[in-house]
Ligand binder design. Structure first.
Ligand code: SF4
Length: 287
């Protein structure tokens, strides 16, 4: 792992209609979780080798400074380009310190992760919840064996279901990002029903689905290499079905969405998350 100095830590976004984030925070560059389908490998992001982890050494100092100068209180999202709770965070504890800084400045936060290490920081997340905090745990299959193939370094799915249960039971707004679903691998109605059964038991506040996979230059080559390794013959099927398409929608998408909406509606679980709502007149003091 390398330590680097960064010029900034928060990038402003157009408010995301799904995740409700206004600022994006990445303390690390690269990701240890090594998911075979990871979009962060795409050449357009110029991240280099995904497993090469760089930590922004001045992250906390920058975060403190940037939050002090923000005039609009918007949700800080973390977890889009890498997993904030990848194994290195267990020792580094920088995300934990960043959350304390966010709590101090009273900003809302949305954490996306595949790791139950997030439970370590429940105390700080609870504190941020006074303003707004959401934790989205990504789960793509109910099958632990399959999750260890497609997301080899992330805790297996059963640990993630347990994390959702614990966070929800502790009053933290927690949901599931059910994405991506990999065509011909984990996209059957039968598997979706199994996943939803376990998900509902964990009492999430929302489940956001996307029954498709994004493949671009850089991520496609790696994904195909892993298909050859773990699912012989599958790469050829993808090439026939999707060619060079960026958005690879499951051929079962219609049936999957119908099943998803029917089951989640019956369970009273929304398919979109509630976002932070600022007070209309809210403006932060610069001093
Ligand atoms: S956790 Fe997210 S960022 Fe990390 S490898 Fe998996 S998909 Fe990529």
């Amino acid at each position: 792992m390398d330590r680097i100095l960064s010029k900034s830590i928060l990038s402003s976004l157009k408010e995301d209609p799904w995740f409700g984030t206004k600022y994006s925070m990445n303390i690390y560059r690269g990701c240890q979780h090594a998911c075979i389908y990871c979009d962060s490998r795409s050449s357009c992001y110029q991240l280099g080798e995904l497993s090469h982890i760089r930590v922004k050494e001045n992250a906390l100092e920058l975060l403190n400074k940037e939050l002090r100068s923000k005039r609009v209180r918007g949700t800080i999202g973390t977890g889009s380009m890498n997993d904030p709770y990848m194994p290195v965070e267990r020792k580094e504890r920088i995300i934990r310190e960043a959350l304390k800084t966010i709590a101090h400045h009273k900003f809302p936060v949305h954490i996306i992760t595949k790791s139950d290490l997030v439970l370590r920081d429940m105390d700080v997340i609870k504190e941020i919840s006074r303003i707004y905090a959401a934790v989205s745990i990504t789960i793509t299959t109910a099958d632990d064996k399959l999750s260890k193939i497609i997301e080899p370094v992330s805790p297996a799915s059963s640990f993630r279901f347990n994390a959702i249960s614990t966070l929800s039971a502790n009053g933290i707004y927690t949901g599931i990002t059910l994405m991506p679903l990999l065509p011909f691998i984990n996209d059957t109605v039968k598997e979706l029903k199994l996943l939803l059964e376990k998900a509902i038991d964990a009492k999430p506040g929302y489940i956001m689905p996307a029954f498709a996979l994004t493949l671009r230059e850089g991520s496609r080559e790696y994904y195909y290499k892993m298909l050859d390794k773990h699912f012989p013959g599958m790469k050829e099927r993808y090439i026939r079905e999707f060619g060079n398409s960026h958005n690879c929608v499951s051929p079962n998408a219609k049936a999957l969405y119908e099943t998803f909406y029917k089951i989640t509606k019956a369970a009273g679980i929304p398919y979109r998350m509630r976002h932070y709502q600022p007070e209309e007149t809210e403006q932060l003091s610069l001093f």
